[in-house]
Design a protein around this ligand. Structure first.
Ligand SMILES: [Zn+2]
Length: 473
């Protein structure tokens, strides 16, 4: 939807600026070419000097032309604006420096609001000073690293000076926008026709072949600053601030998109991620929507692999009732080891001798043999050991239907939730830095940014992404 007529004419003054730059850069480059201890890095660095101001001028002119061409209509309801006032100036921080834009303000009688249609057309937020490109840079950097580091890297790579606090505020603003868009994206699936459409779009291209969707679910915890400044009050009241909170997450992918590298590492070419601080219910809704977009409704089979956490299997029963269920093999084997140690002591040869045939049996199936073995066990005389054995026996009875590793192996299913666990580790790298505290709202905003980035939907959040690459258009 691009207009063809151009109103952007760069003034003569700009062109003489370009000429001045050319003659200056020739001298500088020539000096570097002659200089024995300067290399290509020096050439690259020098070429950026002086270009920013030219780019800034071009941007300012083009942005002003776009503002001038924006019809004075309410960007929300489309109604023509009244009581129009021209020349409201706004300064925007851009990747080329500060740019000033004059826009028209008008009153929308329907919305009962003052509006700046040019701001919407330019992609500027109602608050904040960042241009879309800087909004993206803040979102991208702060989602991946601590703000002080982000500010330093931004300055090194682009020359943009931005204080850590400004950068963080902008990232949060973008994170909140990501949360809203994520909600809109998922709300669409409440509509039956839209749901059918999206489900069909998720079907793999090429000849129709049955496929399996794998879902892995897990949780990890995050350290947050609860009740800022209330620590002392809480302590006096004899309470301690609870700073560790659960982040619930899941990943889903098609089994046929899971392969191995030459070194035997598992590689999944395409997969969906969801992470939330909003509790199990939020995860359930986010996961279901993501799975639909990844082919849930078209899949011949759905497989859920996870550890033994009760909330996980409740969620599965609630939203993925027909799924095949598999208890992560590593977790199951750890529980057999616990029994072995309760019976024969930690690290003993007897414990190993007891557990190894059982592990083999668990792998080879059917699990009923292993469970029967546990049920026939004579409980140890030691009370603690007896309790442990009884508890673990109950664990295997509870997960009886999730232990068919022989079938899983035959089907080429993953026996563990390693894909999810490695995702959690990656998130933890960002969210568990020592000395860092988060708030629940701040966390959710950054997690939403991760969702868009990892799920390949960054362009939905920042539509300018890839517009300079013709291959993407
Ligand atoms: Zn309106």
């Amino acid at each position: 939807m691009c207009a063809t007529a151009s109103a952007v004419v760069l003034p003569r003054q700009f062109l003489s600026g370009v000429e001045a730059w050319v003659s200056q850069i020739e001298t500088t480059l020539e000096r570097t070419v002659q200089c024995a201890d300067q290399g290509m890095g020096h050439l690259e660095e020098q070429l950026t000097v002086g270009t920013q101001e030219l780019q800034r001028q071009a941007l300012e002119r083009a942005a002003q032309a776009k503002a001038d061409a924006t019809p004075p209509r309410c960007p929300v309801c489309g109604r023509p604006l009244t009581r129009k006032q021209r020349d409201h100036q706004r300064t925007v921080a851009t990747r080329f420096g500060a740019v000033k834009i004059r826009r028209t303000r008008g009153w929308c009688a329907r919305c009962k609001q003052w509006r700046f249609p040019a701001d919407t057309a330019l992609g500027l937020g109602a608050t904040g000073t960042a241009s879309p490109s800087l909004q993206e840079a803040a979102a991208l950097l702060v989602a991946q690293m601590p703000v002080t580091e982000a500010a330093a890297i931004l300055q090194r790579l682009t020359g943009i000076r931005c204080s850590p606090s400004t950068l963080e505020r902008e990232a949060r603003r973008q994170g909140q926008r990501a949360e809203e868009q994520r909600e809109d994206l998922n709300a669409v699936l409440q509509d039956w026709e839209q749901l059918v459409q999206q489900a069909q779009a998720a079907r793999p291209s090429g000849p129709r072949q049955p496929f399996t969707i794998v879902i892995e679910i897990d949780a990890w915890n995050i350290r947050e600053r609860d009740g800022w400044g209330q620590s002392a009050a809480l302590r006096e009241a004899g309470q301690s601030p609870s700073r560790w909170h659960w982040v619930y997450g899941a990943t889903c992918f098609r089994l046929d998109q899971r392969g191995q590298t030459a070194s035997g590492r598992t590689l999944i070419s395409e997969r969906g991620y969801v992470m939330t601080r909003g509790g199990v219910e939020a995860l359930r809704e986010l996961l279901w929507a993501e799975a639909v977009r990844r082919g849930l409704l078209q899949a011949e089979r759905v497989l859920v692999v996870a550890d033994g956490a009760v909330w996980i299997w409740n969620l599965v029963a609630d939203r993925f009732a027909d799924a095949h269920q598999l208890l992560d093999y590593y977790h199951a084997s750890q529980h057999l080891w616990t029994v072995a140690q309760a019976l024969h002591g930690e690290g003993t040869a007897q414990a190993r001798a007891w557990v190894e045939p059982l592990l083999k049996q668990l792998r080879a199936g059917p699990a009923t043999k292993v469970i029967r073995r546990l049920e026939e066990l004579r409980l140890p005389t030691d009370v603690t050991a007896a309790e442990t054995v009884a508890r673990e026996r109950q664990y295997f009875q509870t997960h009886r239907g999730r232990l068919d590793y022989a079938n899983a192996t035959a089907q080429g299913w993953p026996l563990g939730s390693g894909a999810m666990e490695s995702s959690c580790r990656q998130y933890q790298c960002r969210f568990k830095r020592p000395g860092q505290f988060w708030t629940a709202a701040g966390d959710e905003a950054l997690l939403a940014l991760h969702d868009f980035w990892r799920n390949g939907r960054w362009q939905q959040l920042f539509p300018h992404v890839g517009c300079s690459n013709p291959a993407l258009n």
